[in-house]
Design a protein. Sequence first.
Length: 432
Amino acid sequence: MLKVAVIGGGSTYTPELVNGFLARLVKFPLNELWLMDIDAERLKIVGGFARRMVEAKGSPFKVILTTNQREAVTGAIYVTTQLRVGQMEARKKDEYLGLRHGLIGQETTGVGGMAKAMRTIPVILKIARDMQELSAPGAMLVNFTNPAGLVTQALSQYSEIPSVGVCNVPLTARMMIISKLEKATGKKIDPGQTELKTLGLNHLSWHRGFTVDGEDVWPQVINEFIKELKSAEHPEWDPRTVEVLRMIPNYYLQYFCHTDKKLAAQQKWPPSRGEEVIEIEKGLLREYADPNLNEPPADLMKRGGAYYSTVATQLLNAHYNDLNETHVVNIKNNGAVKEWPAEWVLEIPSKVRRSGITPIPTEPLPPACFGLIAQVKSYELLTVQAAVHGDRDAAYQALLAHPLGPTADKVQAVLDDMLETHKPYLPQFWTS
């Protein structure tokens, strides 16, 4: 029996995931989709909508709702995690934590990302322990929960369960490149015949190559990108930087490369992005509750995380059917970039087979990029240590190491504020 468990099944993303499974039934013959969430009321709304979606397609698989995590993972072949410890209110607090201290307030990077990671890592590791005991032999944990790379780093260090972290950014970058190439050439491109070469950390990566049917078209892609930047009145990136590096930066690198602009934008809050999403989700949940609705509404695209279902179900399908496809995922380096530590979890193109997911050997990023990678990875490793052991000194050092963290004389004040703000979700730091 092919059973998939979704931890955080009450997420507004879930209907898109259901659509992904419905679209791949021929090759991915799902029997049971278990949606688990600790918020029973939200699960009832989202789960009820998911059931109507499946019923509208002839009920090809069962949708089972539960608030019991152990029950959900029992016998599962795949367990996906898309949870948010503290829900959206915690995201809002992460954002305003940064704002209070004149720092970047964002859910995946800076002090907000660190707070989210420390709340999340113990919960994800508990899921992995339950899987070790109860899931099907060889079951895989597929993590979508942000900060995805950091959470996967913790899994790689503290769990024996096969795990991988995924993000929609590489897919949306690939789709953007395909769209521009099609417009330039007038020819339709099969996405399945393309490969994006990306390297770095999650939300801290650089796109540096693209092939179509095995042909390298990166010179055309990067030259067109530079041309667009130079012609824009307010370019997203400094054209000279892209011209020198010959790579397209991940959007989230703006927090590091244009910190002043991001800090200035925060001064216009409210609403923060978290507050915007709270309102979007209220509307989505109202729509999901409509007993006549059986297709995801257009407003779902406002939520962010576009094409999440494509990323998720393509990966599971490739693994289940041993397709040997290339996917950009977060996975332990293990010598793929031999110049970098083997234990680092990287965002890197990898071959997906039933026997496992293996990063493809590749050249390292240039020194101009590696310095930031190394600094942020140091922060990540310290954050994992802090989260797992409730180690306040490690948390202090993580803030000290982070390039978007406070100055040394303000680290303790920020850490105290972080721990107090999220005290109900950080019991490991308050046990003595």
